[in-house]
Design a protein around this ligand. Structure first.
Ligand SMILES: [Zn+2]
Length: 314
């Protein structure tokens, strides 16, 4: 749980990290939130708090602040009225908003990635330890994930013959095929075929070892990340056929593989669809910025506050 308190200049006043176990139930999490909220209210007074945003790793209906499905928290069930539950727990009338972390980050992306400051549409894709997730920005339709399945590109099926179940219950989703644990697992499965690979040098295979070996042209590491690049290219190409954004921003731990891997993705992109139509996708690899999630959450509260005063403002 990352707790960040911003002032109205969007400057951080307080920042704290509270660990909890994956798939902790809602009671445990709301108790943690309450503890942090009580401490903040004690210091800052409730009257000074404009709103609370809960950025979740989940599908969210922002019109109702209902968390439709949190894939990594199956114990929560589906259609969870998260804003209401937290509001009752905190015994507060401060507005509480819920949205997916990648969508919140997308709202403030213009500040962190100046390349998208003046475009009409872009997509922000993250691929790494937190799955394969997407936020979509379109100037004419301010990016709210109110149609909560829009942007769930991670669960687009790119290999229907895959035998391993994805976290979502499906098979062959891009998230499951590009998962870091899956890359490690695929590496381990090749131990007999590539006994001298650098990825086995220190015993247990790690993602860092695969990245390091890839940069040194280790054949197995190259094979593993080439396969990942193929799935990523298919996903981006499919997404492009539906949305045709001005720019696709791509970030996440998988980008640690660096320029050689970017080139692999770009070359594969040229070959997967509309092959005679060159330069069809403006793809930019960017550094991940986790601060942007918290800032996007604060920015969202500020936007909601202004909207409440001027409901017709676009
Ligand atoms: Zn899936």
């Amino acid at each position: 749980l990352e707790v960040t308190l911003f002032n109205l200049h969007l400057k951080i006043e307080l920042q704290k990290r509270v660990p909890f176990e994956r798939n902790s139930n809602l009671e445990v999490i709301s108790e943690l939130i309450k503890k942090e909220y009580d401490t903040i209210v004690e210091q800052k007074s409730k009257a000074n708090i404009l709103g609370i945003t809960i950025a979740v790793h989940a599908l969210v209906n922002t019109k109702t602040d209902i968390c439709v499905h949190a894939i990594y928290f199956p114990s929560w069930g589906i259609n969870i009225p998260l804003a209401q539950i937290i509001s009752e727990k905190l015994e507060t009338d401060i507005p509480i908003y819920v949205d997916s972390w990648i969508w919140l980050k997308t709202q403030i992306a213009f500040k962190y990635y100046p390349i998208v400051a003046d475009v009409d549409s872009f997509v922000l894709i993250y691929s790494g330890r937190n799955g394969f997730v997407t936020g979509i920005y379109n100037r004419d339709n301010i990016s709210e994930s109110n149609s909560h399945l829009i942007g769930e590109i991670g669960h687009m099926i790119v290999n229907p013959n895959d035998k391993q179940m994805c976290q979502c219950g499906g098979y062959g989703c891009v998230e499951s095929l590009t998962d870091i644990k899956r890359i490690i697992q695929n590496g381990n499965a090749e131990r007999e075929n590539y006994p001298n690979s650098q990825i086995f040098k220190n015993g247990e295979v790690t993602f860092d070892a695969i990245i390091k070996a890839f940069k040194e042209d280790d054949p197995l590491a190259v094979k593993l990340l080439d396969e990942t690049a193929s799935w990523v290219a298919i996903a981006i190409s499919n997404l492009n056929l539906i949305l045709f954004p001005d720019i696709v921003l791509f970030e996440g731990e998988i980008c640690l593989a660096g320029k050689k891997w970017y080139k692999m993705v770009e070359e594969k992109l040229e070959k997967v669809s509309l092959v005679r139509f060159k330069n069809k996708i403006n793809l930019k690899f960017v550094e991940p910025n986790f601060e942007a999630i918290a800032e996007g959450s604060a920015y969202y509260i500020f936007n909601q506050f202004i909207k409440n005063i001027y409901p017709n403002l676009k």
